[in-house]
Structure formats: C-alpha cells, structure tokens
Write a protein that binds this ligand. Structure first.
Ligand code: URP
Ligand code: ZN
Ligand code: ZN
Length: 605
C-alpha cells in the first residue's frame, strides 16, 4: 500500500486524480479529495529524526493522522497506508510562526505585492507554517468591517494557517465596543497602535492610554509600533529643506534615539494602565535596551526583533544605487550601526527579546519609485516571511549564540504561548497540529530574489549563505514542501482564533490588578472650618476662569474618580497656574493668597 501511494504522490502528473489548482495558482493541486489521496495525505510517518522543542530534544518517530500528531516514540505501531518521511540526521521542529506580516496591505498609495497566496506559499517554502497578519484600515473605518475585509482576502488565499491582530488607529466609544466583539466573537486577542504615521494611523498618548486600559479589561495584548510621528514629520521636512531627498534621509529623520523614546513612552503608559505590551519590530540597540531594562524592572513587556533587524543593517540606505537603498526602506528603519543585528541576536538568545516576526510588507521597484524624488513617498516595507527561519538559524544557531531549542522558542513556541495557541501550535507533542519542519542543519542555500517564492522583485538578504534549510514542511499534516517542490492549494490554510487572557501574558497582570488596587483611607469626615470664597474673590475667579491658560475649579479634575473611589492617578497633582489639585487639603504646606500682604501685583500669579 505504501508503495502504491509513493508512486502516486511522487509521480503526480501520472495520477489521474491530479487536477490543476484554481485560477491564479501555477501549482498542481493535490488535495483532490479522492480516497487514494485523502488516505495517503492523512497518514504520515516521520522516521528517525531528532525532535526539538523549546525545552528538550530527543530522538523519536512521529505518526500523524488527519493533521494531528497522534503518536511520538520509538518502535511505534502504526496503521497501514502511511507515507514515510526519512528524517535521519535531521531535526524535526515545530513549524515557524511569523508574528508580524502585512500581506497585500493597502499602504502609501499602493498595496503590498505579496498577497495572502504568494506570501503564505513563500512562508511554507522557508519553514513557516503560520502567520499572524494585521487588520489595518484607514482611520475612522469600523474595526469590524476592516476585520471582515481581511478575512475575505485571506480565507480564499492562505496556504498555511493564519491569525489576525487588529490595529486601533482612532479612538471612540464605538471602537471600545468593537474591541469587545473582536475579542469575544472574532478570535482577536491583540491590538496594535502606532506612534508613527502622523495623521494616518498615529494615536496621541492619551488615546493610547485609553486603548491600553481597554486591552487590559478585555484580556488582550497591547502592541505598539514605537516611533514619534510628530518628530518624524518635523525632521522629514528639515531633510527636504536641506535638499536631502534620498533613502538615507528616511533613517536620518528617524534616529534610533527616537525609537527608544517611543518604546519607553509606550512601556510607561502600558504599565500605568497595567496592560501587557508587545513592542513590534525592535530595530535598534537603543530600543532593545529599553525593553530589556523594563523587563528587568518586572514590567510585562515583550520584544519582537524581525528577520530584517537580525539579518541586515541600515548602511544600505547610503548605497549609491537608489533602488537598492529604497529596497531597504521600512519603518522604523534598519540602523546604520553594523553591530545592531548581532546585538539584537544576543538579546534574543538570552530572552531579553522573545519572539521573531518579519513585518513582511513588500513593494516592487516601480512601487518604491513612487518616492524617487522624495523619500517620504517611498512605500515602507521589506521582505522576510520566507527567509526568517534560515536567517535566524544562520545568525543565531550557526554562530553558536543559541541552541536549537532556543531557535524553536523564538521562531514558534514563544509566539504560540504569547498569542495563546500553545500547545496546538509551537510544539511537537501528541495532540498538537501537525505543522512540522524537517530541518537539515547541514544543508545550505544562498538567498536570492531570483529563486525565492515571494512575488516581490527584491530581497534584502540577497547573497546571504544560510546553513540550515527546511527540507520537508508539513502544514496540518499536508506535505507542502516536498523534496524541494512547493505543493500548495489556495485557501488550504485555516483561520486560527486567538483566545484572550493568555496565561503567559496575563497571569502576572491579573495578580497585580488585585494587589495594586487603589485603596482609599477610611477617616472621619473633616469637621473644622472651611474657608469662604467672597464675592470679590468669586468675581476674580471669573477673570481667572476666562483666562484660557488657567483652568477653573470645575474643569480641574479632567478625569472621573476611579471605580474604587480613588483619585484617578492620571490626574496631574499640580497645574502650571499654581492652582493645586489638593489645595483644599488642610495638610498643604503652603497656600496661595489671592490678596497677599502689600497688595497683589496682578490677578494672575
Ligand atoms: O515599514 C513598515 N514597517 N511597513 C509596514 C507597516 C508597519 O509599520 O508595520
Ligand atoms: Zn510598524
Ligand atoms: Zn508592521
């Protein structure tokens, strides 16, 4: 039986059951549903490999049926009809999870050229079996409508499993309501906010704080693109005024100090809201240091370097070839300090940073050329979804910085834990999805746009020799990378809902919610004298109230009391006018006199 199947599978063109994939796909469609193929595809036996999870590795065989790992061990007794994949001398690892992609994103007047088909096909070719993409629509568009749009785009095209993050680019009570529905009914457990792209996607700090509070209530993870949109807008204009219009200006108007500032600001606001935070695309040493320091202070924050920041650097922006330089433009930019990738890899190896994505958002040369005379119009985004696994193996494992277990942790397991789909994903275990890569640590390949599976015509890792190659890739038990051939069907991937309240993310948060709840001081009511405000003072107060730089008393408390009755800690305790929030308190050491001895110099002091 096995022989029959092997013949059929390997010599596919001879199989009468083979038919062409739906329009738009050049691949042969194996998933024809005939009994022969169905039974053959549903039973797999991976023999002789070394299984690597994040916490241990061991030699064992794996038996898979109906897309699920059914048995792991030696001398397994398995039903007939299984295809055997020989894995001797190879590592058998959980398929990669790319936490950050933007397939077919409409952005900067155009749209990303890798769509959910070419993007996920390329992902599989490189050993990534799941992506998490971002629902990112215009400001003021309903989050639910945007979600439906992304689901429609993705469901019909994805070749691997996928999930979604939702982006919050504007704030209103309606958005708060929709966040609830997304969490409870739509499989969303993370919301990303931008501190860049002023007037397009950017939130102001007060709005960001509100969204963080909502995330915490819902058990969702806050995510932030950490830059300073106001400063970028200012500095971009300065570049143009200086006559610097090329891609190097893109980096110079967004120096890493600014990424670090925004990272610190986001962490501070999230911590004040007791909201767990995930910093997407950590691009610089400075930002990574901020994340590291915050984690060591006990803040619940995760950092995501990407294939680009781990595998290349921003010196390319100074390349004499405009297309080459523009091909690297993304936000936040790659950093010109060439020690950046190695530094980020060190932190990733040692758990200062935890997860890896790619921010895959690709644009062809003609699209990048929209900014040929003005760097501000170069569509931001680079590739990575296909090469992430190889780049991290090459720069992380092949260099001796991390062992294969850590490689698995940072390419899949930690993502599965943070986004609450572990151990369905991110682990080789009985009951887990059969998203598996047979990884050959001794093979090598050279990355090139000429041979990659992505639709984009450029590759930021061009010419990189990578040791460590995906030899077989299985998604839900389907062998989709098979002896060098990528065999996929559009729409064969599934949407994976991400449940809220991930234990990895929220257990500390919930405990802190309990232990840091503001408590009021129980005391007898004050029964001493209370100053009277005279008519003169009242009329003076009117003058004060009319002055736009001095708030009147009624408006002083900008925020309501917290639910427990405590002063909202976000209310400032002072005002620039000298009027103090606690000025009625008998314990104030100084009081302002409206009629000081010697007469007042003005009504305003
Ligand atoms: O340059 C980038 N990163 N493009 C995609 C959008 C984003 O900021 O993540
Ligand atoms: Zn971003
Ligand atoms: Zn992104």
């Amino acid at each position: 039986h096995e022989m029959d199947f092997t013949h059929c599978f390997k010599d596919d063109m001879e199989c009468s059951h083979t038919r062409e994939a739906p329009e738009g796909s050049a691949d042969t469609w194996h998933n024809c549903g005939c009994e022969h193929h169905t039974s053959a595809q549903s039973r797999l036996f991976i023999k002789g490999g070394r299984i690597v999870n994040d916490d241990q590795s061991f030699d064992a065989d794996i038996y898979i049926e109906d897309g699920i790992i059914k048995q792991i061990g030696n001398n397994l007794v398995i039903p007939g009809g299984a295809r055997t994949i020989e894995a001797k001398g190879k590592l058998v690892i959980p398929g990669g999870i790319d936490t950050h992609t933007h397939m077919q994103l409409p952005f900067m007047g155009t749209h990303a050229v890798d769509d959910f088909y070419s993007g996920t096909k390329a992902a599989l070719a490189g050993g990534t079996t799941m992506i998490i993409d971002f629902v990112l629509d215009q400001k003021n568009v309903s989050l639910l409508e945007a979600y439906d749009k992304w689901r429609n785009w993705a469901d019909s095209k994805v070749c691997c499993d996928y999930a979604l993050h939702s982006c919050v680019t504007w704030w209103s009570p309606e958005v708060a309501k929709e966040m609830d529905i997304l969490c409870k009914e739509k499989g969303i457990n993370s919301f990303k906010m931008f501190l860049a792209y002023k007037d397009v996607f950017m939130l102001e700090d007060n709005e960001l704080y509100e969204v963080f509070k909502r995330c915490r209530e819902l058990g969702a993870l806050g995510m932030v693109h950490a830059e300073n949109g106001h400063l970028i807008a200012e500095k971009s204009s300065e570049m143009i005024q200086h006559g610097i219009t090329g891609p190097e200006a893109h980096e110079m108007c967004r120096p890493e100090e600014v990424e670090a500032e925004a990272t610190n600001r986001a962490i501070t606001l999230a911590n004040q809201a007791n909201c767990p935070l995930y910093i997407v695309h950590v691009m610089s040493k400075s930002a990574a240091k901020v994340v590291t320091k915050a984690r060591r202070q006990g803040k619940v924050v995760f950092g995501e370097p990407i294939a680009a920041s781990l595998g290349t650097d921003g010196t390319h922006y100074w390349n004499k070839c405009w297309r080459h330089a523009a091909g690297h433009v993304m936000g936040p930019p790659l950093r010109p300090d060439p020690t950046t990738p190695g530094y980020l890899m060190d932190l990733l190896a040692n758990n200062d940073l935890q997860v890896t994505g790619t921010d895959n958002c690709t644009f062809n040369a003609d699209q990048k050329a929209l900014g040929k005379d003005d760097f501000r119009k170069i569509p931001n985004g680079v590739n990575g979804v296909e090469d992430r696994m190889s780049v991290i193996w090459e720069k992380g494992v092949h260099t001796g910085k991390m062992d294969p277990c850590r490689f698995v942790a940072v390419t899949s397991t930690n993502a599965a834990k943070i986004f609450n789909i572990y151990p369905q994903k991110g682990r080789i275990a009985v009951g887990s999805d059969a998203d598996i890569v047979v990884w050959n640590p001794n093979a090598s390949r050279t990355i090139s746009a000429k041979t990659h599976h992505q639709a984009v015509d450029f590759n930021i890792f061009e010419g990189m020799l990578c040791h460590g190659v995906a030899e077989y890739v299985m998604t839900n038990g389907h062998v989709v990378l098979d002896e060098g051939q990528v065999r996929v069907t559009q729409g064969m991937g599934r949407f994976i809902p991400l449940p809220c309240n991930s234990e990895t993310v929220f257990s500390r948060i919930r405990e802190r919610e309990r232990t840091t709840k503001p408590c009021k001081v129980e005391r007898e009511p004050y029964d001493g004298p209370v100053a009277k405000i005279t008519a003169t003072q009242m009329s003076e107060k009117m003058i004060v109230a009319d002055n736009p730089i001095i708030p009147n008393n009624a408006e002083f408390h900008g925020r309501p009391m917290t639910s427990s009755g405590a002063r909202n800690l976000q209310d400032s305790t002072f005002s620039l006018s000298g009027q103090q929030i606690d000025e009625k308190s008998p314990r104030r050491s100084t009081t302002r006199s409206l009629n000081p001895p010697g007469g007042k110099s003005s009504g305003l002091w």
